[in-house]
Design a protein around this ligand. Structure first.
Ligand SMILES: Cc1cc2nc3c(=O)[nH]c(=O)nc-3n(C[C@H](O)[C@H](O)[C@H](O)COP(=O)(O)OP(=O)(O)OC[C@H]3O[C@@H](n4cnc5c(N)ncnc54)[C@H](O)[C@@H]3O)c2cc1C
Length: 411
């Protein structure tokens, strides 16, 4: 993009459409989600709203234009994600499965694979789901370990012209689909004879070969349908292997680039909501004193610092998503910074805003804690910052030829 920080007319319109949808549909959805105690029933509340979003073309807007969707700009994606995630990050995460699961299809899929695997997400109907089945119950930070006994333990073995897959997967949204029979598409990170590989299972393969063992009851992002599943003698055609056997570590890392960058935007959405709540409180509440608490310098300082950090993460995330979607060199580094810095800044900022509001914020009826519970997830989802993301930055910076100016295109 030419460097400009003014929204175009089209971006202004995109923001308005997304904001109206979020207020009309996601706000009441979240009120309903907050009342439901069962994690499955809670997640099922999202389905009719997702159908509306799909009909409105929102899902297509997450699929790059060369593959039949309408996504052409990372900044557009960031504007759209921020609006929806401000009302319901749960909903946005649930709809964004294809952002990760289809990324390796775009990268190395054959024309036939691209047509077949992307089709359900271009149909503008239903509530199609895609899951990137990377995480496993025993840990996933070391998924790149060479030895078969470590890292990825889900195993795929060729039997004639089919892969037979056995293993256990966890945490990825919608592993079990809406009904326990699996999502429309699951990209499975598994171990084959030649190393870690990616194999796609479609719903017709999953039915009868997937068991949902547990529904996680998350403290935040409560509408996300998050499970632990067993894949049992799952058979998929040999032709569903993505790229070459053994290329799965690289493809998996790349798959989490766009979603990693977007975590910065999810964090912005949470900070934006929490900041608005704290600001209104500080402007209105005197707490037994003579003046609204914003007149106390210490309170105003917290608000000012929070706003500055929010603005910084928003621009970093725009830049990272723009780099990823347009395939610029440096995209992977910017995506890592947006993920790590964005998520950890979001957590710090909301924690500080809680201190500014004081004890009122600790009441679950006050709308602040919900955002803390959401943002608490961001350092640990999409590849945890400690075990996955910082190690990737370390690997980049350890290369003697690493150029610190390259990510910004200023070499
Ligand atoms: C709402 C939600 C959505 C998610 N979506 C997905 C998804 O779509 N797909 C998916 O596959 N997963 C998903 N996850 C899981 C997420 O991606 C996790 O980050 C991933 O499972 C890795 O977890 P971890 O980093 O905690 O690693 P673990 O392997 O569980 O490691 C735990 C901790 O051990 C330490 N550690 C382990 N090894 C090392 C090492 N080599 N170096 C340094 N420290 C180490 C680190 O402190 C690390 O945090 C989701 C999770 C949630 C909550």
């Amino acid at each position: 993009m030419a460097i400009s920080f003014t929204l175009t007319n089209e971006q202004e319109q995109l923001k308005q459409v997304a904001r109206s949808f979020a207020r009309e549909h996601l706000r009441p959805l979240m009120a309903a989600v907050s009342q439901e105690t069962d994690p499955l029933q809670r997640a099922l509340l999202l389905r009719p709203v997702m159908e509306k979003a799909v009909q409105a073309g929102f899902l297509k807007s997450l699929i790059p234009a060369p593959f039949g969707g309408t996504a052409s700009s990372g900044v557009d994606a960031a504007i759209f994600i921020e609006e929806l995630a401000s009302e319901s990050p749960d909903f946005m995460i649930s709809m964004a499965g294809p952002l990760i699961a289809l990324a390796p299809v775009y990268e190395v899929g054959t024309p036939e694979q691209i047509t077949r695997f992307v089709a359900p997400f271009l149909a503008d109907k239903g509530a199609p789901l895609a899951a990137m089945a990377y995480s496993e119950p025993g840990g996933s930070a070391n998924f790149d370990a060479e030895a078969p006994a470590e890292g990825v333990r889900t195993r795929a073995v060729l039997d004639g012209d089919e892969w037979v897959i056995n293993g256990s997967k966890a945490w990825a949204s919608h592993l079990g689909g809406w009904d326990g029979d699996g999502p429309d598409l699951m990209t499975i990170v598994c171990r084959t004879d030649k190393g870690v590989s990616l194999i796609v299972a479609e719903r017709e393969h999953l039915r009868g070969h997937i068991d949902v063992d547990e529904y996680y009851d998350l403290p935040g992002l409560r509408g996300c349908l998050t499970t632990r599943v067993t894949l049992r003698d799952l058979r998929v055609p040999q032709g569903n292997l993505l790229g070459t056997e053994g290329d799965g570590v690289r493809l998996t890392r790349n798959a989490f680039q766009a979603s990693g960058a977007s975590i910065g935007t999810f964090s912005v959405a949470a900070m934006r909501q929490a900041f608005g709540i704290a600001l209104r409180f500080a402007q209105a509440e005197k707490r037994g004193g003579l003046l609204p608490i914003i007149e106390h310098q210490a309170v105003a300082d917290i608000l000012a610092d929070a706003k500055g950090k929010l603005e910084a993460v928003r621009l970093l995330s725009w830049s990272a998503l723009d780099a990823v979607i347009s395939g610029r060199p440096g995209a992977s580094e910017l995506a890592l910074h947006a993920k790590i810095f964005g998520s950890e800044t979001g957590l710090d900022v909301i924690n500080d805003l809680i201190k500014a509001v004081g004890v009122t914020a600790y009441d679950t009826n006050f709308p602040m804690l919900r955002h803390l519970m959401d943002v608490l997830a961001y350092p640990i989802i999409e590849g945890g910052n400690v075990g996955v993301r910082r190690r990737q930055l370390q690997a980049m910076m350890s290369v003697p030829a690493y150029d610190p100016l390259a990510a910004s295109g200023l070499s």
